[in-house]
Design a protein around this ligand. Structure first.
Ligand code: FES
Ligand SMILES: [Fe+2]
Length: 367
């Protein structure tokens, strides 16, 4: 927590959760409770949910709307931006300006709210610029949450994130994902046949997507960068990442047509997005304790789309619901094995080299 999560940018939630002044939600990470709130000044703030009097939690409900934040203990009252407005019966000379709520750094990137709990956030300018470029066509700022689901995984966050970061397990674990996503089998086996087929598919798709003016390819070229963004084809003939390849929701953002592309990004330590032309999935990986990690999957659809009329929740969530159920199981079992006396880390395969790089970055943070 100290060396990684309390220093880096962490995705907290989608901006639709705090559209109106006073809207807030609580984000719990490790021992910390952060109130992410839309202030009267129009900005998103992330306030430590810790009273400056004697330290009580202030907001107790997971989400809501508040004009002011009133501590339930002795009623110190704070503004939505964190300033202390009232503190009963304090002595003359009490300077309330010194007792505003402690704040996190906040950065909103294409509708995704990132916070940094540390004093000096990493710049990550290149990363956020690339995320903006790749996310812009998807229109996530105007999106709404179609559905979100939470899994409690009985494992350390690093096992959870490493699992999400490799597709070596896709073949053995995710038959559904492999049936939808053409990259999965080549990424599992590295067999020449699969790799060649995917390269051909990608070349043909890129030519079509470029004609439509859509993004393709990968940035940055430096594999040791802390972030990556990429657009790849889903599968021959598929318009979106759904069971039958057909759309599951209305087109989002500036897409004029379904181009069959899949946009994905990551930023260390644990931030990701995946997005098709008609929906996006934002995972949120949050360490709660050494062997408990919360995984939330957030499905975004166009802001004016209506459930049942424009999208069906079963179709929308099918792929990542089933895939995350499977991932929870394998990661729970992974942690159980790692806890054994006999556990020793084994060598990574060729398709897990991203994890080797990630582990080197992690060790750098620990030094
Ligand atoms: S602890 Fe919050 S008002 Fe006393
Ligand atoms: Fe998986």
């Amino acid at each position: 927590m100290e060396r990684v999560f309390l220093r880096q940018w962490v995705f907290a939630g989608h901006v639709s959760r705090v559209r109106n002044v006073g809207d807030y939600f609580l984000f719990t990470i490790g021992n910390e409770s952060i109130a992410v709130i839309r202030g009267k000044d129009g900005n998103v703030h992330a306030l430590f949910n810790v009273c400056r009097h004697r330290g009580s939690r202030i907001c107790l409900e997971a989400e809501g709307n508040k004009r002011t934040l009133v501590c339930p203990y002795h009623a110190w009252t704070y503004a939505t931006e964190g300033k202390l407005l009232a503190a009963p019966a304090m002595a003359d000379g009490f300077d309330s300006s010194q007792f505003g709520l402690h704040k996190c750094h906040v950065r909103v990137v294409e509708g995704l709210i990132f916070i940094c709990l540390g004093d000096t956030p990493p710049a990550n300018e290149d990363a956020f610029r690339d995320w903006e470029i790749f996310l812009k066509p998807h229109g996530l700022t105007q999106a709404k949450i179609g559905k979100s689901m939470i899994w409690q995984v009985s494992a350390n966050w690093k096992l959870v994130v490493e699992n999400f970061g490799e597709c070596y397990h896709c073949g053995p674990t995710h038959p559904e994902y492999c049936s939808v996503m053409a990259h999965a089998l080549p990424d599992t086996h590295k067999a020449n046949k699969h790799v060649g087929e995917f390269a051909d598919l990608t070349a043909a798709w890129e030519a079509k997507a470029k004609k439509l003016g859509n993004l393709t390819g990968r940035v940055p070229h430096d594999l040791n960068a802390v972030h990556t963004c990429v657009r790849i084809p889903i599968k021959e003939g598929s318009l979106t990442a759904s069971r039958d390849g057909r759309p599951v929701a209305p087109l989002m953002g500036s897409f004029a047509d379904y181009d069959g592309g899949y946009t994905a990004g990551r930023l260390y330590p644990a931030n990701y997005f995946v997005a098709c032309c008609d929906h996006a999935v934002i995972p949120r990986f949050t360490p709660l304790s050494p062997q408990c990690t919360e995984v939330e999957m957030i499905w975004l659809v166009r802001g004016d789309a209506l459930e049942r009329k424009d999208y069906d929740l079963k179709n929308l969530t099918w792929l990542w619901k089933i895939t995350t159920d499977q991932d929870k199981k394998i990661v729970d079992d992974n942690q159980a094995g790692v806890n054994s006396l006999a556990y020793q880390p084994g060598p990574y395969s060729q398709t897990e080299q991203g994890l080797a790089r990630y582990t080197r970055w992690y060790l750098d943070q620990m030094q």
